[in-house]
Design a protein around this ligand. Structure first.
Ligand SMILES: [Zn+2]
Length: 184
């Protein structure tokens, strides 16, 4: 559907513009019934065209030309039918939270938006990572993959984006408050 692709294109531009991801990394998807609309592998997030968004059947483990992280996106959707969108970024400061093991958020405005943060490890695009992130859906609202990036989800791309954006802002605050110039 064109509107869903348009939504993915809109957030592709937004996450790059706001420094949550460099153009060439990260991926975005929306679920519509048994279909997953997801950015294709090798696409540039802030220059997406309709043809850069693949439509995959959620029942199939693989989807030709889809992002290498398709397996992770799919597993998140399979864990909860209420999840309608997944956003994956390489947010710079958020990775420091995982290095410093800061999982609790002590500022209410942020904790109420972001929710519970899970930390996982795993190779990009691997079944192992997909399983770990998928298992996090039950207890967490957002996941940081150590030395890699963030997976955020929600009932819309807007919700996933707000969580990832708030997490990055909070992580930046924590970085400058506690870790600038120190070895962690
Ligand atoms: Zn990634």
């Amino acid at each position: 559907m064109v509107e869903l692709k348009r939504e993915i294109i809109k957030y592709g531009k937004r996450v790059v513009r706001e420094g949550l991801c460099t153009s060439f990394f990260g991926n975005i998807s929306i679920r519509d019934s048994n279909k997953i609309y997801i950015t294709a592998t090798g696409t540039i997030l802030d220059e997406l065209e309709y043809s850069d968004i693949k439509v995959c059947d959620i029942d199939l483990e693989k989807c030709e030309c889809a992002s290498s992280e398709y397996v992770v996106h799919r597993n998140i959707y399979l864990k909860s039918s209420s999840i309608k969108a997944v956003l994956h970024t390489h947010s710079f400061y958020s990775l420091f939270l995982s290095e410093a093991n800061i999982s609790g958020i002590d500022i209410y405005e942020f904790s109420s938006v972001i929710g519970n943060i899970g930390f996982v490890e795993g190779e990009s695009g691997s079944v192992e990572l997909a399983e770990k992130v998928g298992c996090s859906v039950k207890n967490y609202d957002i996941v940081i993959v150590k030395n890699h990036g963030v997976f955020g989800w929600g009932d819309s791309l807007k919700e996933a984006y707000i969580k990832i954006s708030a997490l990055e802002y909070y992580a930046k605050l924590m970085f400058y408050k506690n870790y600038e110039g120190r070895k962690i």
